[in-house]
Design a protein. Structure first.
Length: 131
């Protein structure tokens, strides 16, 4: 049966350096997909950059809704702008950074119902200082 997901139903995730709303996932009825809306703010001079992350067992498809970005991956650097899509292979470390002067808005698709199980975030420089 089809289902409509309202913005108010999205789960807010506590992820470093970005605002992430999980719109669809196994938690709310999906069997094989996770969909997230991610906003990365314009960086400030004093802000430390977050490290890369990877998804061990699943690809990630990122569509740029608005803004400009660079995705830094093990395979290279990729310049992105509104309308572009990048496909990250499973296991490849990557980070997407806002390189524009407006918030970066991304739609991130994963072909699994629970992407959190296979995601590994690199510790932030702040986390490393507290060890």
């Amino acid at each position: 049966m089809a289902r409509v997901y309202k913005p108010s139903e999205a789960k807010r995730l506590e992820l470093p350096g970005r605002t992430s709303l999980e719109i669809v996932s196994g938690e709310n009825g999906a069997r094989g997909v996770t969909l997230r809306l991610v906003e990365i703010p314009v960086p400030t001079v004093a802000e430390s950059q977050r490290g890369p992350h990877h998804h061990n067992d699943t690809e990630e498809c990122i569509y740029v809704l608005s803004g400009r970005a660079t995705t830094y991956a093990e395979s290279g650097e990729y310049l992105l702008e509104a309308g572009d899509t990048i496909l990250m292979p499973a296991g490849e470390k990557h980070v997407t950074r806002n390189t524009g002067n407006q918030p970066l808005l991304l739609l991130c698709f994963f072909p699994v119902a629970d992407v959190a199980k296979s995601t590994e975030e690199a510790p932030s420089p702040k986390d490393l200082q507290n060890r």
